[in-house]
Design a protein around this ligand. Structure first.
Ligand code: 3BY
Ligand code: FES
Ligand code: FE
Length: 408
């Protein structure tokens, strides 16, 4: 990593309540720093339990430039590893998911068990110790059918997050879900611009005419979905009580979990506001339960409506390039073409993500300008952006302080 004192100076210059100094959005050194200090030190929502079925499932993904693999053995236990061969480092499993009983490196065919142990390495000398060359473990946690991994030696404390997410997410029965569709978008923008855009709806009324039908864009300021005394919310609360669904909100240092009502008469985040899947994920017949928004710093948000859960994840791939992955989960018994249609299921987020990509790219082009000056966030409409940026700066400065003693 480059000289941390240069990066510390950038954070020292930032003005609270304002967008970041230019170099934090477009310097290659900061990109490298973010991969290690942020993506290397956080919990990442890797995907869902249903993507790694028992027995012998695996899922591989790349976090920044670190391939990781998550496995589930016959015993049902989840394990996660750096997906880098202990021979000469090749990526063992290509990104994606599937069923395998062994992980074989394509380069020289070293073979690993799903527990990460090296079980075969052809023609190695007698002095070679296979026991010392297993895949390197990383941390993994499972909450209500969602899988989180962390590459940190000591990851952020997880138990409060689990306790807050579990009771709200469990009724969506993600353990009984299947991945109906996933896709990716390459955005020519720094990951922080992608996330700033994803954390506000200040742009939504003009930027997302389709989303505006269902999403309460005027209210989406942050934790202020819940309004005491608002009759709509009181009716919503009664409805949730009747279904046994909890609302939150729970705001943690790196998460937000909250169920909120959609716009009047709308029951799902779809083009027409109606459910996209006939077989609901929650128990019962009532689909009018709003959306559970659960968002994790640094990279993701999900919306769980009665019929589907949609996942959005932003991964930095270069200083000014981010890959956005979107996944849609439906009930495992829902039949494509009968209970749902992929085009209808995915249409709203596809159009929204493309609109957001254009906004991110124009933001990056202007941020690159010789004329760029950090500007003030809207305290009301961009409160979750402020939260994200404050979290980012604090995490970065803690990382720098722990390694150099440079305090903010
Ligand atoms: O965090 C969210 O909910 C995303 C989705 C739509 C707009 N944005 C604020
Ligand atoms: Fe994996 Fe050689 S790098 S077997
Ligand atoms: Fe948007």
């Amino acid at each position: 990593m480059s000289d941390l004192s240069n990066i510390a100076a950038l954070f020292a210059r930032r003005k609270p309540g304002h967008s970041l100094p230019q170099a934090l959005y477009n310097s290659p050194d900061v990109h490298e720093f973010d991969l290690e200090a942020i993506f290397g030190q956080s919990w990442i929502l890797a995907g869902f339990s249903c993507e790694i079925p028992k027995p012998r499932g695996y899922m591989a993904l790349t976090i920044g430039r670190s391939p990781v693999v998550i496995t589930r053995d016959r015993d049902g236990a989840l394990r996660a590893f750096h997906n880098s061969c202990r021979h000469r480092g090749a990526q063992v499993c290509a990104d994606g998911a599937g069923a395998r009983s062994r992980l074989t490196c394509p380069y020289h065919q070293w073979v690993y068990g799903l527990d990460g142990k090296l079980v075969h390495a052809a023609n190695m000398q007698a002095s070679f110790d296979p026991g010392a060359h297993g895949l390197k473990k990383i941390h993994v946690e499972e909450v209500a059918g969602a899988i989180f991994v962390s590459m940190a030696d000591v990851p952020p404390a997880f138990e409060r997050f689990r306790a807050e997410l579990e009771p709200l997410l469990a009724p969506h029965r993600l353990y009984n879900a299947k991945l109906a569709h996933q896709n990716t978008l390459v955005e020519r923008g720094n990951w922080k611009l992608v996330m700033e855009n994803a954390r506000e709806c200040y742009h939504c009324a003009v930027g997302h005419p389709e989303l505006a039908l269902t999403f309460p864009i005027g209210e989406a300021r942050g934790a202020q979905f819940a309004k005491d005394g608002d009759p709509r919310h009181e009716a919503f609360d009664r409805r949730l009580d009747a279904c046994g669904l909890k609302k939150g909100p729970h705001l943690g240092p790196w998460w937000q979990v909250e169920r909120f009502p959609l716009r009047e008469g709308q029951v799902s985040l779809t083009m027409d506001g109606q459910p996209a899947v006939k077989k609901l994920m929650i128990a019962g017949e009532d689909a009018d339960v709003g959306s559970l928004r659960w968002a994790i710093e640094p990279h993701s948000f999900c919306h769980s409506t009665a019929d589907t859960t949609v996942y959005f994840s932003a991964m930095p791939t270069a200083t000014n390039e981010t890959i956005v992955t979107c996944k849609w989960l439906v009930h495992e018994d829902a039949v494509e073409g009968v209970d749902y249609d992929v085009e209808r299921l995915t249409a709203l987020w596809n159009v929204t993500n493309l609109q957001d990509r254009d906004l991110v790219e124009l933001n990056q082009r202007g941020v690159n300008s010789l004329g760029y000056t950090p500007g003030p966030y809207c305290e009301d409409g961009e409160s979750y952006v402020v939260r994200f940026i404050d979290w980012y700066c604090e995490k970065a400065q803690d990382f720098i302080a722990a390694r150099t003693g440079i305090d903010r």
